[in-house]
Design a protein around this ligand. Structure first.
Ligand code: C2O
Ligand code: CU
Length: 537
């Protein structure tokens, strides 16, 4: 248990440049530091935090669900572009939606559908190392393929961005998003089979906010006082270009994890943002390929400084029942957090967002007092806990990592099955099930199910060797107590090593074919993704 715990913590606390470049537990070949930009040495807080633009509809179109109804229609184009990640780094080539990374924020109203036409105008050659031995990325496939998934969206199967529904340069796909769900922050990103990790590193991601009347009634900070924070890590070459490691194995460059040497917020390294001494709402998304972060706010830039209290008001699928006071947030890849941070007692000073190993960004709090009429409500939206008795079925699903003779991951499977094996998870529409994830690896995996929202039931340590010998689950301790910020509606959940993590899900919404997968994108691209089918009632 002890060594497992240590490795777990090491993974959780975002790695330093040196270990990331070496690939701390991926056994990547060493990269000499001369090949990489030393991002830690970059000047801090010289670039203002960019705020992604708001996407504007190009007009109205008839709704596919009801042709008598006209709904907003957006056209979003994927393009290659160059952007500066830092004042002192030469421009970096990215791929982005509307030529920006993160892409424009799409704002929707709950209950008001919209259409997005996603067009691919990317180059025909990829600039990151494709592994043609991975399923779906064979050499006979076009190099640059895209398909857009709205993560957390309750979307019909034809618009959900099935990984094999990719399209190439000059093509587009029009997706219908009904927005029949509670106010929250979703995100759109690429999901092309076998190259999702590369398209993500290239920059294909953006926020999608759903608002509703309930949210309006809460009087939360808004306008300039609501700030999107899209966080991801990247490594760079000295010329400013993105660096993505390769395995060193001829013809099979896939690596099992990607950790960058620098953490970017809205596309900048070590940015600053000027704020007033008042409450702010931060819409945080971890869109990293593989990194979990241990995030805190503090009054000085050192990583051991005292962590300030902030409140989390929402998780992936909506508001929590009540604000949760906390001083540490551990978002995994794909997870979102809706936060309220109060700068009022820091007038004229600075506040830092940091992890345990590096500062991430700076908030410069102005000295002039302002009137803050926004509120931090005492309660939010009720989150009725789904009783276990509501479940008609429990599925035990293993998460495993199969290693080769060198101890290197060669394939990662869910429930022992490859992507192209017959569908095994076939819940009935509107039924409730418990999915019990048995993690046989020594990493945490953020597990995501498309289309649904769920609740976390528990995480409980079990005896791995007994399980491997007999297939029987023997618990070796009580369930860990869940933090209050994990008791809301979620769509992505951290499944810790050597534990069984259980979620309870109602398959509400559409019937059809979806996917569930690990949101560490290197894992997802190498078989840690399975189709599942919601069978009509
Ligand atoms: Cu955020 Cu299937 O993905
Ligand atoms: Cu994983």
């Amino acid at each position: 248990m002890r060594t497992t715990r240590r490795r777990f913590l090491q993974q959780m606390s975002w790695l330093t440049a040196a270990t990331a470049a070496r690939g701390a537990h991926t056994m990547q070949p060493a990269v000499s530091t001369a090949q990489l930009l030393d991002t830690r040495a970059l000047a801090h807080f010289v670039d203002p935090l960019p705020i992604p633009s708001l996407a504007k509809p190009a007009g109205l179109r008839p709704s596919p669900a009801d042709p008598a109804l006209q709904v907003p229609y957006y056209g979003i184009v994927m393009r290659q572009f160059r952007a500066k990640v830092h004042r002192d780094v030469p421009p970096t080539t990215f791929w982005g939606y509307n030529a920006s990374c993160p892409g424009p924020i799409i704002e929707a109203r709950g209950g008001t559908p919209l259409l997005v036409e996603w067009a691919n105008e990317l180059p025909r050659q990829h600039f990151l190392p494709i592994d043609h031995t991975l399923h779906g990325a064979e050499a006979d496939k076009p190099e640059v393929r895209t398909v857009v998934h709205l993560h957390g969206g309750r979307t019909g199967p034809e618009s959900d961005g099935y990984p094999e529904d990719w399209f190439v340069f000059g093509q587009s796909a029009t997706c219908f998003y009904p927005n029949q769900q509670e106010a929250t922050s979703l995100f759109y990103h690429d999901h092309a089979m076998g190259i999702t990790r590369l398209n993500a590193v290239a920059g294909l991601m953006g926020l999608y906010l759903i608002r509703d009347e309930f949210e309006d009634s809460l009087n939360l900070p808004k306008g300039a006082y609501e700030i999107p924070l899209v966080i991801f890590d990247r490594s760079f070459r000295p010329d400013g270009q993105l660096y993505y490691p390769v395995s060193g194995k001829p013809g099979a460059p896939w690596v099992s994890e990607y950790y960058g040497s620098a953490i970017l917020v809205n596309g900048k390294i070590f940015p600053y943002h000027e704020v007033e001494p008042r409450k702010y709402r931060l819409r945080l998304l971890n869109s990293s390929n593989g990194s979990f972060y241990r995030l805190s706010f503090s009054a000085d830039a050192t990583v051991s400084s005292e962590a300030l209290t902030f409140h989390q008001i929402g998780s992936e699928q909506g508001f929590l029942a009540a604000p949760v006071p906390m001083n540490l947030l551990i978002p995994g890849p794909g997870e979102r957090a809706d936060l309220i941070v109060d700068f009022s007692s820091h007038a004229g000073k600075e506040v830092f967002l940091r992890t345990d190993v590096t500062v991430v960004m700076q908030f410069r709090v102005s000295a002039k007092q302002t009137v803050d009429t926004s509120s931090l409500p005492t309660t939010l939206r009720p989150v009725p806990r789904t009783p276990e008795s509501a479940a008609v079925h429990t599925r035990e699903l293993t998460i495993a990592d199969y290693q080769n003779r060198l101890g290197r991951s060669s394939v990662m499977l869910l429930n022992g099955a490859h992507w192209d094996m017959p569908v095994t998870e076939k819940p009935v529409q509107n039924s409730t099930e418990i999915w019990s994830f048995i993690n046989l690896t020594d990493d945490s995996h953020p597990i995501h199910l498309h289309m649904v929202r769920f609740q976390l039931l528990d995480r409980r340590p079990f005896d791995l060797s007994v399980y491997q010998l007999t297939g029987k689950v023997v618990f070796i301790g009580p369930a860990e107590s869940l933090s209050a910020n994990e008791l809301g509606w979620k769509d992505t959940v951290r499944v810790d090593p050597m534990t069984i993590t259980r979620i309870i899900v109602k398959f509400e919404g559409f019937a059809g074919r979806y996917v569930w997968h690990c949101h560490m994108l290197e894992h997802e691209d190498n078989e840690m993704m399975r189709p599942y089918v919601i069978v009509p009632e």
